[in-house]
Design a protein around this ligand. Structure first.
Ligand SMILES: Cc1cc2nc3c(=O)[nH]c(=O)nc-3n(C[C@H](O)[C@H](O)[C@H](O)COP(=O)(O)O)c2cc1C
Length: 371
């Protein structure tokens, strides 16, 4: 129930105000060179307090690798990673012990389990995603080195913001595959600088009003080989959708042409095949990199919509655990917009899905060869 993946699996654990959070990665290929610093670099991108538009919670998020590595390489055994929680202020959440925050997980957790760690949202807190990002850093390294070794090209995953509230980057500004430096150039992680500036101003403005906003992340992946995925239940895009909608605060997922594709005719929408660079390519990529649930070697492209942060610092009508109507004013430290910090989390989940599918592809189609 807390494990993701089939052959390459990740189990995350921990709560916002418990001792720590982390992950156990199992099924990792042996002899992969990886250092704690590479995992740390991804965690630093997710870390709270990294800029003046995210939650001010001060967490170093130092990763401790407890097992599974020997002399700088993976040993083929379970890799256990721990990040200790440091900056906890449980008192800030006292009111939420009894009152349900509108649109947060408080009511459903209470109803389901009959017990709830209300401090910082407990298990529903996005601190859980620390474990995913740590695991995703390992998966990214596998895709980078493994892709290069097996196909002559590393797999590159790039997520970035295209929209905050009603401020959207112009589509023509995001045609080229953005570099990591372009994405990381601003705290909001939109590679189109004029839009990024407006997004930052909007986030600051709503925060000063005790309010929040949502936004959209686009993710593109290049270097994915043909053949990852499956025709029916485990379609690659279905598993990516599950990975994305397993993230807190996600409300929408669209793949390739997405909802806009519904307005086109087949003659407008079809991706024509051509022979290019010695292999079958498509001229356009409305399919988004898969056909029939299986990767076709083109860029994988999808978008994820995140809602405005549920906890807002203004009075809201709600109900308490006794069923009485009451008022709640959000306290604690919160992201006025969760989307910039979700970028490395989206990338991590993509990496986990791709490594798992790559290993499944090898297991089924590469283990025995019948010519
Ligand atoms: C990176 C990230 C940071 C988040 N930070 C907050 C936060 O500070 N306050 C909050 O109320 N929700 C935050 N959330 C969202 C909640 O975790 C989420 O809304 C809650 O668990 C309920 O789940 P749901 O919105 O998917 O229904 C964050 C989500 C992400 C991805």
């Amino acid at each position: 129930m807390n494990t993701f993946g089939t052959l390459f699996t990740v189990t995350t654990w921990g709560e916002s105000h418990g001792a720590g959070v982390g992950a156990v990665v199992d099924g990792c290929p042996p002899r992969l060179p990886i250092e704690a610093a590479e995992i740390q670099a991804e965690l630093d991108r997710r870390r709270p307090g990294q800029s003046d538009i995210v939650t001010p919670r001060k967490e170093e998020d130092r990763v401790e690798i407890l097992s599974g590595l020997f002399e700088g390489r993976t040993a083929g055994t379970p890799i256990s990673m721990l990040v200790r929680n440091a900056d906890q202020r449980p008192g800030a959440y006292d009111e939420m012990r009894e009152k349900f925050r509108p649109s947060h997980a408080d009511y459903t957790y209470q109803s389901k389990y009959g017990i709830r760690d209300h401090r910082g949202g407990g298990r529903s807190s996005a601190r859980e995603t620390v474990g995913r990002v740590a695991a995703g850093a390992i998966a990214k390294k596998i895709l980078s080195l493994g892709g290069q070794a097996q196909h002559g090209t590393p797999v590159e995953i790039r997520a970035y913001l295209t929209q905050v509230h009603d401020i959207a980057a112009p589509a023509e500004a995001l045609v080229a595959f953005p570099s990591l430096a372009e994405v990381e150039a601003t705290a909001v992680r939109c590679p189109h600088l004029p839009t990024a500036q407006k997004m930052i101003e909007r986030i600051k403005a709503v925060r000063s009003e005790g309010d929040s906003v949502g936004g959209i992340i686009e993710c593109r992946v290049r270097g994915v080989p043909v053949g990852l995925g499956a025709p029916v239940f485990d379609r690659l895009e279905a598993d990516l959708a599950k990975a994305m909608l397993s993230l807190p605060a996600t409300k929408g997922f669209e793949f390739g042409s997405g909802f806009a594709g519904a307005q086109l005719r087949g003659s407008e929408h079809n991706d024509r095949f051509e022979s290019r660079e010695g292999r079958v390519r498509t001229v356009t990529n409305r399919s988004g990199g898969t056909q029939g649930g299986i990767s076709n070697g083109e860029e994988i492209v999808f978008r994820v919509a995140f809602k405005p942060t549920a906890t807002i610092l203004r009075p809201q009508q709600t109900v308490d655990i006794h069923g009485a109507e009451t008022e709640l004013i959000g306290r604690g430290r919160h992201d006025p917009c969760v989307v910039p910090r979700a970028v490395p989390i989206v990338e991590a989940m993509v990496a986990l899905v791709l490594v798992d599918h790559w290993m499944r592809q090898q297991a089924q189609c590469g283990s025995f060869r019948f010519e």
